[in-house]
Design a protein around this ligand. Structure first.
Ligand code: NAI
Length: 715
């Protein structure tokens, strides 16, 4: 019997219960693909038709129950679908099988041993009972909306019918995973049992007489908390959620509204009609490029980078017990903290013992805040702090396999600290700079073993930012790159690899964006208007509020350093005059109490002084053009980086801009944006901007020729 299954291990136990253990071949996680669906369908037929079978348990051989749909396959599938009927067919592909399972009149129990996400949880929801392992590894959730999708295997209809519309919407709209205890509290699962008793407990549910008919398949069933459009509380909920979704997404991503509508409409009608409504909205999302772009960048490409897909082959994996961090300021402190969290001991160096201790104290203070909020235990904080040794003594680096430098942004200073570090460190230790803009090869000049030198560009705040830009210098060896990637993986961050250039990749792209916003200020467009339009374009925060929060000085220093380094070749950035003027006026941002806005007791307010410096322009503001300028200036700079070989992979760049510098995620990143528009239209838009805004938008011959031939960044 079992031989006919390739994705499921099938056994009939002595109680007459069929045990189906999912084991999708060729993958660490169970994912729901066509082969599994077909075999599940077969198994359900078998269970339903054999009088000797009392019921079934669905479990998993792997560490997870089921990770969800096969998103890799979906990206390809979505890219090739343009026809609504084909999209509806995809949206309907698993539903009949799950409905058959639900209506087969034999009780079926999900035995959830590990993560049950997306389609995995939807499969469990279609079962008649659910028991869960008492294990910290168990997480559950319907996170589809965070990838521009919605539950499409009946989840949007079953969950509200089980736990009520409001709670179900909360779970699905936030997309955040929850643990077994929460699932029990919500009524999503029936019991939590010891891992070794899981299958036994699931069988027990069946022998105890689990009802094989779902409540919503019985006459007169009403959803807990009500349903339909005549309930005032639900009406308020739908109105409230519609307006918050529109505020938060600016309608850039259709998924949350599609989900909300499918739930509202689908729960107002009988269950099977509800499933059809879910499919219709899911199909709409399939036809929208947003879902494909988001899934590709945020799941597929990020997943590959997390698995170190670009790590040079054939080099042994490196381990790191102790590292050094030079400079205990904002970035150095964050790097030390992240390393300690990864179980690595850290020597935290600064110019004096006192200064280094100050750096460690700042980390302790940030832990204190987490403890006060109940998000960290004192013992955990103490254990992490014990891993960090503050010092001014470079000889302490003798035991370090890697050092990251995060001193002030100054080539000579960085060269000096590396020289001192090298004198004390093992000859084959890796030296890494956290510079955000200085050319790596220049910092590494004159160092012994330049092959062991590279850039590891962290983002602020380091503890929360998931990206590290790994910069390969002129002399960086494959071994160094591979081992540095092992370090990034230990920190559980996502690496992108870029080649050396002033500003590398992400800093170049974000500088172009900020400079464009400065230029708009000079044109008499108010900072509030620029920032509001940026939010409409999908940025979480406007560029001017952002630079006020970061502070204007470092960017200005970087512009000046670039000017000095490039001499005659320097091209003045679009907003340089504003940048210079604001720095000279001391309008350095929130920290100085004023920048593009004024700050009083931390509250941001429009600045009369800035309005006086740059009175509103008499010409009407073209919001669409401002949006284009803010988005396209970044896409164009990224394309220049691609042309110059600073980046070599569109997928990597797309992950970099979303995770590193807050490019709107609904676009899928800069190159997804260009491809979705198609390169020809992008170049046409650039031509129009060159005409009306300035030469900086001129497309290169390289980009133009790609547009003419119709070459996409994604094959
Ligand atoms: P910071 O000013 O907060 O910290 C710099 C630290 O370096 C200070 O504690 C200072 O005492 C120490 N230092 C100076 N000279 C030293 C020496 N000779 N030996 C040991 N320590 C010394 O600066 P921040 O913001 O942490 O930036 C550090 C580096 O990280 C810079 O290169 C910056 O460009 C880069 N970076 C900064 C980001 C940010 O958002 N602040 C983001 C990414 C990179």
């Amino acid at each position: 019997m079992s031989s006919q299954f390739k994705t499921i291990q099938y056994q009939l136990n002595e109680q007459g219960i069929a045990i189906l253990l999912m084991d999708i071949p060729g993958s660490n996680a169970n994912v729901m693909g066509d082969a599994f669906r077909d075999e599940l369908d077969l198994a359900v037929n078998l269970i339903a038709s054999d009088d000797n079978i009392k019921g079934a348990v669905i479990g998993s051989v792997k560490n997870d129950f089921m990770a969800g749909g096969d998103l890799n396959a979906m990206v390809e599938m979505f890219a090739n679908v343009t026809d609504p009927q084909a999209a509806l067919d995809i949206a309907n592909s698993i539903k009949p099988t799950l409905r058959k399972l639900e209506c087969c009149s034999k009780p079926i129990v999900a035995a959830i041993n590990g993560p049950a996400m997306g389609g995995g949880l939807e499969l469990a929801l279609a079962c008649h009972g659910r028991v869960v392992s008492d294990s910290a590894k168990v997480i559950m959730g319907l996170p589809e909306v965070t990838l521009g999708l919605m539950p499409g295997a009946g989840g949007s209809q079953r969950l509200p019918r089980m736990i009520g519309i409001q709670k179900a919407l909360e779970i699905m709209l936030q997309g955040r995973p929850f643990n077994a205890a929460k699932a029990l509290e919500l009524g999503i699962v029936d019991a939590i049992v010891a891992p070794e008793k899981l299958i036994e407990a699931a069988c027990q549910q069946i022998t105890d007489g689990l009802d094989p008919i779902k409540p919503w398949d019985k006459k007169g069933y009403t959803i807990p908390g009500g349903s339909g459009f005549f309930d005032a509380d639900l009406g308020n909920l739908y109105n409230y959620l519609t307006s918050t979704i529109c505020r938060d997404t600016q309608r850039n991503t259709p998924a949350p509204l599609a989900l909300l509508t499918a739930v509202a409409r689908g729960t107002a009608v009988p269950f099977d009609a509800g499933l059809h409504i879910e499919s219709c909205y899911f199909a709409k999302l399939i036809l929208d490029p947003t879902a494909r772009n988001m899934v590709r960048t945020l799941f597929v490409s990020k997943g590959e980078l997390d698995k170190l897909s670009r790590r040079p082959k054939g080099i042994d994996k490196a381990s790191f017990q102790t590292i050094g961090v030079i400079g205990s300021g904002l970035m150095g402190g964050g790097i030390a903290q992240s390393a300690a969290k990864a179980g690595i001991d850290v020597v935290l160096l600064d110019i004096s013992d006192e200064q280094a201790s100050k750096g460690k104290d700042a980390i302790a203070k940030s832990f204190g805040k987490l403890i006060a909020k109940g998000r960290m235990q004192q013992e955990k904080a103490d254990a992490l702090l014990a891993k960090i040794t503050p010092s001014a003594d470079y000889s302490k680096l003798a035991s370090c396999q890697l050092v990251v430098e995060a001193v002030f942004e100054d080539v000579a200073l960085k060269q000096m600290v590396f020289k001192m570090a090298r004198e004390h460190m093992p000859a084959d230790a890796i030296l890494a700079s956290n510079t955000s803009s200085l050319p790596i090869s220049q910092i590494g000049e004159g160092l012994p073993s330049p092959d062991r030198f590279l850039g590891l560009h962290f983002f602020s705040p380091v503890e929360r930012m998931p990206l590290i830009e790994v910069i390969r210098g002129k002399f960086t060896s494959d071994k160094t790159l591979a081992e540095a990637l092992d370090f990034v993986a230990l920190l559980r961050k996502t690496p992108i690899i870029v080649n050396d250039s002033r500003g590398f990749f992400t800093s170049r792209v974000i500088s172009a964006y900020l400079q464009e916003a400065f230029a708009m200020v000079a044109e008499g467009i108010s900072p509030t208007l620029i920032d509001n339009i940026a939010k409409q374009a999908g940025f979480a925060i406007g560029p001017l509020a952002l630079i006020d929060d970061i502070g204007l000085e470092n960017g200005y220093k970087a512009s000046l350093a670039e000017k000095q380094a490039l001499g005659e070749r320097w091209v003045e950035p679009a907003g340089f005059k504003v940048q210079k003027q604001f720095n000279e006026l001391g309008r350095i941002g929130r920290r100085g109490g004023m920048g593009f806005y004024d700050y009083s007791e931390g509250v941001r307010a429009p600045s009369a002084a800035v309005a006086k410096l740059y009175p509103a322009s008499a010409s009407a503001v073209d919001a669409e053009q401002i949006k284009q300028r803010l988005l396209y200036v970044q896409a164009l700079e990224a394309a220049r980086c691609y042309e110059e070989g600073v980046i070599t992979d569109a997928a990597e760049a797309d992950v970099g801009v979303i995770l590193g510098i807050g490019f709107p995620s609904y676009t899928g990143g800069v190159f997804s944006l260009i491809d979705t528009l198609n390169c020809g239209e992008f170049v046409a838009a650039l031509d129009a901007l060159t005409e009306t805004v300035g030469e900086r938008f001129r497309a290169s011959d390289w980009l133009r020729s790609r547009a003419e031939v119709g070459i996409q960044f994604y094959a």
